[in-house]
Design a protein around this ligand. Structure first.
Ligand SMILES: *Cc1c(COP(=O)(O)O)cnc(C)c1O
Length: 412
């Protein structure tokens, strides 16, 4: 029998801690310009919506790095696939859920990121959820960066390997953890890191990581979700940026960010690893095939991303302009070049301040999101701004102006 008391108490705790997430609802497609509203109440009758802020907002918090999320060429490819290939697969891949285009997309992904082969999953969350158990058993060790994405943490939990964690991008500590893993008598060792850390916009030092891997005989796995499509030459990702594409053994990434932003993820790796994943990865074997329209749209997105030199240049220019104008205006930014830009509000007051500034900015037609504990460490609250190639120079300037005006308004 369902007893709501305990669950209500838990919900109240979340609210009291100020951590309750109210989902803003877009009343438009995903884009650099959106309109939003908030679901205020559900229940009897029609849901109650309140329009937020300006009628139109500039969106600075999507992972829409190349502006492909609503690209008409991708929409058209998906439309055509809907007619040609139907709506759903109603099957996992190994029973009757593989169309030619699923394999085409896998080969195209592998070619792009520079591996032997690739295998699709419903999401990168599922790719990370399934791959560790395929590669590692109790005699093995996984050595993981402390800032790795939740899906890597969960995937590691699902395997029996010994776990070692190193301080973020800290090569001295990685060496210490590799030493400990080796001394523990580990058979296979796998170093795993995000290519780009999503809350900081910083890069993992893949060249140094690969050097240490060689020294210790470890394998290297990179989750490149915040890089595939726009980081490195032709957007082929962080292993290419660092010149170590031939030394990284496993790449996981998403189709849900720069590559059209629909859904789906993949593991790209040596042939043997992909082949074994197809036999053993539970999140692959026991979950439905990616929908035909999403496969076709993602293939088009990959093609567009590969050729989108102008998009990558615009994205880099927008990121550089934003960082320099914000520094000039006296904001505290984490250093870097990635389109993820963390605007820091340190200290005890930071969490409230960041939230108030983000709210004041939405009223001025600029949508950004504040993050505080437990998403980021205590005392390190921030507004994470994400630039897109779909932003114009005027959009970037409008965002900076909104930051300046909101800060003046909130701080009095
Ligand atoms: C977004 C993200 C994921 C999850 O990708 P989905 O395809 O949305 O499941 C996994 N890892 C990292 C590093 C991410 O940023």
């Amino acid at each position: 029998m369902f007893n709501p008391e305990g669950i209500r108490a838990e919900l109240d705790q979340i609210r009291e801690a100020g951590l309750y997430k109210n989902e803003r609802t877009l009343t438009t497609p995903q884009s650099a310009q959106i309109a939003t509203s908030t679901l205020v109440a559900e229940g009897e009758g029609a849901p109650l919506w309140s329009a937020d802020g300006a009628a139109e907002s500039l969106n600075f918090c999507a992972n829409n790095y190349l502006g492909l999320a609503n690209d008409p060429r991708i929409v058209q490819a998906a439309h055509e696939a809907l007619d040609r290939w139907g709506f759903g697969m109603s099957s996992v891949r190994f029973i009757c859920g593989t169309q030619g285009q699923h394999r085409d997309l896998e080969r195209e992904i592998a070619e792009y990121v520079g591996t032997d082969d690739a295998i699709l999953f419903s999401s990168c969350y599922d790719a990370n959820g399934g791959i560790f158990e395929v590669l590692l058993s109790a005699e093995d060790a996984v050595i993981s960066d402390e800032l790795n994405h939740a899906s890597l943490i969960d995937g590691i939990r699902l395997c029996k390997a010994k776990r070692f964690r190193y301080r973020n991008a800290n090569m001295e500590d990685l060496r210490a953890q590799l030493t400990a893993a080796k001394e523990a008598g580990s058979r296979r060792m796998l170093i795993v890191t995000d290519g780009v850390f999503s809350m900081d916009g910083s890069y993992a030092p893949l060249d140094e990581i690969c050097d240490l891997a060689d020294e210790f005989g470890a394998m290297v796995m990179v989750d490149d979700s915040h890089a595939t499509g726009f980081v490195g030459p032709q957007g082929r990702g962080t292993p290419h940026l660092f010149g170590v594409a031939d030394r990284v053994d496993v790449i996981t990434s998403t189709l849900g960010k720069a590559l059209g932003g629909a859904s789906g993820g993949f593991v790209a790796a040596h042939q043997e690893i992909v082949d074994l994943a197809r036999q053993r990865a539970r999140t692959y074997l026991f979950s439905n095939a990616v929908a035909p329209a999403v496969v076709a749209g993602s293939r088009k997105a990959l093609e567009l991303a590969r050729d989108s030199e102008a998009g990558r240049e615009q994205l880099a220019a927008n990121s550089a302009l934003f960082r320099s104008l914000m520094a000039e205006a006296g904001f505290d930014l984490l250093p870097g070049t990635h389109p993820i830009t963390a605007v820091m509000f340190p200290g005890d007051e930071g969490a409230v301040l960041a939230t108030q500034i983000a709210d004041a900015m939405l009223k001025r037609g600029v949508y950004v999101i504040a993050f505080s504990f437990p998403v980021v460490p205590r005392g390190k609250a921030r507004i994470r701004v994400q630039l897109s190639a779909a932003h114009s120079e005027a959009d970037v300037r409008a965002c900076v102006n909104a930051f300046v005006a909101a800060r003046a308004e909130v701080q009095g």
